[in-house]
Ligand binder design. Structure first.
Ligand code: ADP
Length: 674
């Protein structure tokens, strides 16, 4: 703003300069330094400003021109005095960037001196540019940090990590990979697997790469790899993921692998030891089943002969002893049956029926039957059956009866005073709807330590009680297994001396079946009936045990029947071929040829000769459901389980030879009618 009125040129220059000054986007201000008495520049005065100055700083031309900077900017000394003084005094211009705090903006400021003690500032607001630069710097820093982080991650992960291009050439790998491969990254990069491992292995690696690319996502496989570095043969789990560029083109495959040899070995060891434990457990169950089964045969003789002895003339003392003997035998048989039953249920060998069963009816009948037992002890046995709703469940009627008898039996056994209550109600709010059956008593109760354990095998809370009341500790174990196999649950609530409640929940059938398909239960046993004069039957018995033979002979004494005995299966087949019998009693376990084989052979011979089939009753110690089925499959008409009572034998003979053709077969020991 050097105005020289002498020179027209200068006048033009000034004119042009003014125009420029007014039009500039940058803020421009002309100042002069202000000195104090000691001659020190302590302030500066604003002489002239352009419109951009006003626009940028928000200060009008009128307000600032002629004023001291300290007054306008509200600062003593005014902003940048040091720099401006230097420029005004020395005449050397400068340029700097600075953040002007009162406005929180950044400025790029050029300062030059148009004359002594004067200076002009040209400034632009660069806040946006600075911010962009700042965030760019941050982003770059972040990127750098992330890269570093990723690099150190890949370097330090215990897994093998590598990258290959689409052609299978290595692009990079980590140190773990180098270690397994026995080569440094520089030696690996640019090469393919064919440079390091044998052809078939390299082929399989390549195949997996291509599979991952085709699959379009991570693909995992397990393979045994022999490493050239030290010849180790290891099972590696490898995941390969195709890498793509921004346009989605596959640029390579990222591989990550780790050694699972140890893990696999310990898994195998675990499976083996589990298998060993399971087979030991199976062997134990088998042993128990076999033992119990073997014991049934001699028990047959003990119980049978005991029964016969009771029919003879005895004095009172002998009779009392014999009664005790029979009681003890029956307890032993009960124990054997429970063990057999449990091992069958546990091994899943006991087939459970799955048919609609009306639980309310079973409760009525069982409570009716057990009422006598309770009354004998002076207890009341009550039942509350929810009358409004049906009570059909899907299950095995005989097994459900067994469960109820066991629970009510326990309740009566462990209660001295009071009552036993059986409750049956439907819970229609739960989904699916369930039926709740509970048996509660006012007896001795069970302490908290034993609540869960009583459902385990051979567990009794108080052995003193057990001695007094008998029992095997197997009932609840069987009960739980049975209920769970019918998709139900059982639990107990009890406090010592405050009675117990056993709760069973079974899924309720959504609707009762159209017609009740099952007849009422057949009574288990009947006293020997008045016998009618009978036709004499020719009976063949195949039995290797002399004791059993003696027993059956004794049972048949006094009947008109004629009994012939052979000692093994082969002899039975021969006799049956040479002569017609009305009935064959077939022991199952026999030397040379067992009862199943003998029955099949007899049936075949009958078919071949065009004869009508002879009645064959299996005679076994097998108390399991499956054995009844097996003997029926072999061609037997029925199945008698040892120990066989005299009444059962005679009734079975009658039933099967048509002496009582109109009467229903009874199921005492005749398992084929179940
Ligand atoms: P068992 O009755 O043949 O001993 P269980 O398996 O049926 O075998 O019962 C196991 C044990 O649970 C019983 O010996 C007894 O200690 C306890 N227990 C079962 N039911 C009751 C009950 N209602 N009250 C008290 N204790 C019971």
């Amino acid at each position: 703003m050097n105005r020289d009125p002498e020179s027209p040129h200068r006048h033009d220059d000034a004119q042009r300069f003014q125009t420029l000054f007014q039009a500039m986007n940058e803020g421009v201000a002309l100042h002069e330094l202000v000195f104090d008495e000691q001659g020190r520049a302590t302030d500066y005065r604003i002489l002239e400003v352009n419109p951009a100055y006003s626009a940028i700083l928000g200060l009008s031309k009128e307000a600032v021109e002629g004023e001291l900077a300290s007054a306008i900017y509200g600062q003593t000394p005014p902003p940048y005095l040091e720099i401006f003084r230097e420029v005004g005094l020395s005449g050397r211009g400068t340029r700097f960037e600075s953040r002007y705090e009162p406005m929180a903006r950044h400025f790029d400021i050029s300062v030059f001196s148009p004359g002594p003690n004067q200076f002009a500032t040209i400034f632009t607001d660069i806040t946006e540019r600075r911010d962009t630069e700042e965030s760019l710097r941050h982003a770059l820093g972040d990127l750098e940090r992330e890269r570093g982080f990723l690099k150190s991650l890949i370097r330090t992960v215990p897994d093998l990590v590598w990258l290959k291009d689409g052609e299978g050439r290595y692009l990079a790998c980590n140190s773990e990979f180098e270690r397994y491969f026995g080569a440094a990254e520089e030696e690996i990069v640019g090469k393919t697997d064919y440079d390091f491992v044998d052809r078939s292995q390299a082929d399989s690696f390549r195949e997996h790469d291509l599979k991952a690319i085709a699959h379009g996502g991570p693909s995992t496989n397990e393979e045994w790899i022999t490493y050239a570095s030290d010849g180790r043969h290891l099972l590696m789990e490898t995941t390969k993921t195709p890498m793509r560029d921004a346009r989605g083109q596959v640029i390579g495959v990222l591989g990550i692998a780790h050694d699972i040899t140890g893990q696999r070995e310990s898994e195998q060891a675990l499976t083996e030891s589990r298998n060993r434990a399971e087979s030991a457990n199976r062997a134990k169950s088998e042993f128990l089943a076999t033992m119990s089964h073997e014991i049934r045969t001699p028990m047959n003789v003990v119980v049978g002969l005991g029964d016969l002895l009771l029919e003879s003339n005895l004095d009172d003392e002998q009779r009392a002893h014999l009664h005790r003997l029979q009681q003890a035998s029956n307890t032993l048989l009960e124990l054997i049956d429970s063990i057999l039953d449990l091992s069958a249920v546990e091994a899943g060998r006991a087939s459970l029926r799955e048919e609609p069963v009306e639980l309310a009816r079973i409760v009525e009948e069982t409570v009716g039957m057990m009422g006598v037992v309770a009354e004998n002890k002076g207890l009341r046995l009550e039942r509350h059956v929810d009358p409004v709703h049906h009570s059909w469940v899907r299950g095995d009627e005989r097994r459900l009866r067994q469960v109820l008898v066991n629970l009510i039996g326990n309740a009566v056994k462990f209660t001295e005073r009071g009552r036993v209550t059986v409750t049956l109600e439907a819970d229609r709010r739960s989904r699916p709807e369930i039926l709740r059956l509970s048996v509660s008593d006012t007896g001795i109760g069970i302490g908290p330590d034993h609540l869960e354990r009583i459902f385990e095998k051979f567990t009794q809370v108080d052995t003193g009680y057990a001695r007094r009341y008998g029992g095997t500790g197997l009932g609840l174990a069987i009960t739980r297994q049975l209920i769970e196999r019918m998709d139900g649950r059982i639990h107990v609530e009890s406090r010592l001396d405050h009675g117990s409640t056993f709760h069973i929940e079974l899924p309720l059938l959504s609707a009762p079946p159209v017609a009740a398909p099952f007849p009422a239960a057949i009574p288990e046993e009947e006293p020997e009936r008045a016998r009618q004069p009978q036709a004499a039957l020719r009976i063949l018995m195949a039995e290797d045990s002399e004791d059993n033979t003696l027993l059956i002979q004794t049972y048949l004494k006094g009947t008109p029947h004629h009994l012939e005995v052979v000692g093994d299966g082969e002899a039975a087949v021969r006799r049956a071929a040479s002569e017609r019998f009305d009935l064959i009693l077939m022991d199952i376990q026999m030397p040379l040829m067992d009862g199943y084989q003998a029955t099949r052979a007899i049936r075949e011979a009958e078919r071949g000769g065009g004869h009508s089939p002879t009645v064959i009753l299996a005679l076994t110690a097998h108390a399991l459901d499956g054995d009844a089925r097996k003997s029926l499959e072999a061609g037997c008409d029925g199945h008698l389980t040892k120990p066989i009572k005299k009444a059962q034998l005679l009734a079975a003979i009658d039933t099967h030879t048509g002496h009582e053709a109109k009467q229903k077969p009874r199921n005492a020991g005749l398992t084929n009618t179940k």
